[in-house]
Write a protein that binds this ligand. Structure first.
Ligand code: NAP
Length: 488
């Protein structure tokens, strides 16, 4: 099966922070892949912008090296790379000064989509928006893309929203959550709303509970200073896990359009119940004594020997509405865990009566949506174990792993960033967070974090390469449930 690629309209894309880590690792390799796929029109232009002085040739050479280094495929086509780089230029610009702005304004074309990617620290968002406006770059064809973190609490998120709203309409602001750009996440909506099979069961009458796990094997790496001020709650739960929860829990939108989808997500966030302190487990990773690499523990990695920031969190929450009353949602995320694995599991209830007797054991249908690695959706069903010897039941997966079902072309692994950037150019905001969603998510998160501060809460240590603190397992066991295994 060959995937269809629909070219987008001509555009000028400016990447503020075009020399930074995100631009080099994700944005520019993603654009190159869209170029190779034939989705970028020939006259699309990309402008890197940062303070460092360099000319176009230096920039192209830097980007070329980054694309080779960070490309998903090992075989970068040199001819295509050279042609792609010809569309690139560079402007030395200071978000907080006047340097470079007139040059950028002269460079930009009119009557094409003009997209400005703010791949810089959020403290610069307001400065960039103001200067874009001052230099006449904020017409109806312009749009801005902003990266996480979008605030660190409700008041800072509100301030950021106001800073951007001073110069841009909400319809021009694209707040990226790259989890929403993942193929499986969109497939979750296709499976839910494109089939008759699941939706009638998608409620507290039939669903026992829902688990969302985003497990990483990496530690804080080079982001220690940022991460220690943030922690797993701000860095992962408030945005990525919350967005996944919304897509699982939302009512069917009337249409697959940006505001219809985002209205439904917002209702979910607003219906989230406050989390009881004993329904949250925070953890901080220790070193692993058996680790041949001798990787440091969290506090050493962030160079803060008394840090109380969590690198792991597990919590139970409820959604107070008719569909989900009584069905717990368990969320879990952490660093330096046993495997890299992101998965959503819808665990259905037991059958009302087992005709096979107690010896058949407990069998539950589980719909598991795997985001990484090996994106795909599996439905666990109970069948008879083949062979003679009576009725023994086993659980087997109905596997909708895309690579198997659709073949290598159909399952082309389009990275979340490439998809989302093309959506920006197309003007489709469905997979981007609206300002009120972000604020509502902070309004739910803030009291939880304030509670830790007020109580002087200290995260529980857990071994690196484990599944997190034991208390996280107990959070489930108290409810006679278990986390699904974190497997690669
Ligand atoms: P980074 O590696 O530190 O790069 C920052 C970029 O901003 C550089 O190009 C820098 O170049 C430029 N810059 C800094 N001050 C500037 C100014 N006053 N005017 C113009 N340009 C300026 O950061 P990053 O990791 O790419 O992250 C960028 C943003 O994306 C941050 O908000 C981050 O939280 C977010 N993000 C990053 C990742 C990731 O994987 N890296 C993931 C999610 C979100 P000069 O110093 O030469 O100006």
């Amino acid at each position: 099966m060959v995937s269809r690629v629909i070219p987008v309209d001509p555009f000028d894309l400016v990447i503020f922070g075009g020399t930074g880590d995100l631009a080099r690792r994700k944005i520019l390799p993603g654009l190159f892949r869209r170029y190779c796929a034939g989705q970028m029109p020939k006259d699309a232009r990309v402008v890197g912008a940062a303070r460092a002085e360099m000319d176009d040739a230096d920039y192209r050479s830097m980007v070329g090296e980054a694309i080779v280094e960070f490309s998903v495929r090992s075989d970068v086509d040199q001819g295509k790379l050279t042609a792609f780089l010809e569309n690139l230029s560079y402007v030395a610009i200071d978000a907080r000064g006047e340097n470079g702005w007139s040059e950028l304004a002269q460079h930009m074309r009119r009557k094409v989509v003009r997209a400005f990617y703010f791949s810089v620290a959020p403290g610069l968002f307001g400065d960039l928006a103001e200067r874009l406006n001052n230099h006449g770059l904020t017409d109806d064809d312009s749009r801005i893309v902003v990266e996480k973190p979008f605030g660190r609490d409700l008041s800072s998120a509100r301030q950021l929203n106001q800073d951007l709203a001073a110069f841009f309409d909400e319809g021009q602001i694209y707040r990226i959550d790259h989890y929403l750009g993942k193929e499986t996440v969109q497939n979750l909506m296709a499976v839910r709303f494109g089939n008759m099979l699941f939706e009638p069961l998608w409620n507290s009458q039939f669903v026992d509970h829902i688990q969302i796990t985003v497990a990483e094997t990496v530690g804080v790496g080079g982001r220690g200073e940022y991460y220690d001020k943030s922690g797993a709650m701000r860095d992962m739960v408030q945005n990525h896990l919350m967005q996944l929860l919304c897509l699982i829990a939302m009512e069917p939108p009337a249409r697959f359009d940006p505001d219809a989808v985002r209205d439904e997500k917002l209702k979910v966030i607003r219906a989230l119940e406050p989390v009881e302190p004993h329904h949250i487990v925070r953890g901080q990773y220790d070193a692993d004594p058996t680790d041949p690499e001798n990787l440091p523990n969290y506090r050493t990695a962030v160079e803060n020997p008394t840090s109380k920031t969590e690198s792991f969190i597990a919590l139970k929450t409820h959604i107070a509405n008719w569909r989900w009353a009584g069905t717990p949602f368990y969320l879990r995320t952490g660093k330096r865990l046993v495997a890299r694995s992101s998965e959503i599991s819808i665990v259905f209830k037991d059958t009302p009566h087992s005709i096979f007797g107690e010896e058949a054991g407990r069998h539950r249908n589980v719909l598991s949506i795997r985001l990484q690695p090996n994106e795909g959706i599996k439905l666990g069903v109970t069948i008879k174990e083949p062979g003679p010897g009576g009725m023994r039941l086993i659980d087997v997966p109905l596997d909708m792993t895309f690579a198997d079902a659709l073949g290598p072309d159909g399952a082309e692994n389009v990275d979340a960033y490439e998809r989302l950037i093309m959506d920006v150019i197309r003007g489709n905001q469905t997979l981007f967070m609206r300002g009120d969603e972000v604020e509502a998510a902070w309004a739910w998160t803030d009291p939880i974090i304030e509670g830790w501060t007020n109580r002087g809460d200290v995260p529980k240590p857990y071994d690196s390469h484990s599944a997190g603190p034991d208390a996280a397992a107990q959070l489930m066991r108290r409810d006679d449930r278990d986390w699904r295994e974190v497997t690669p």
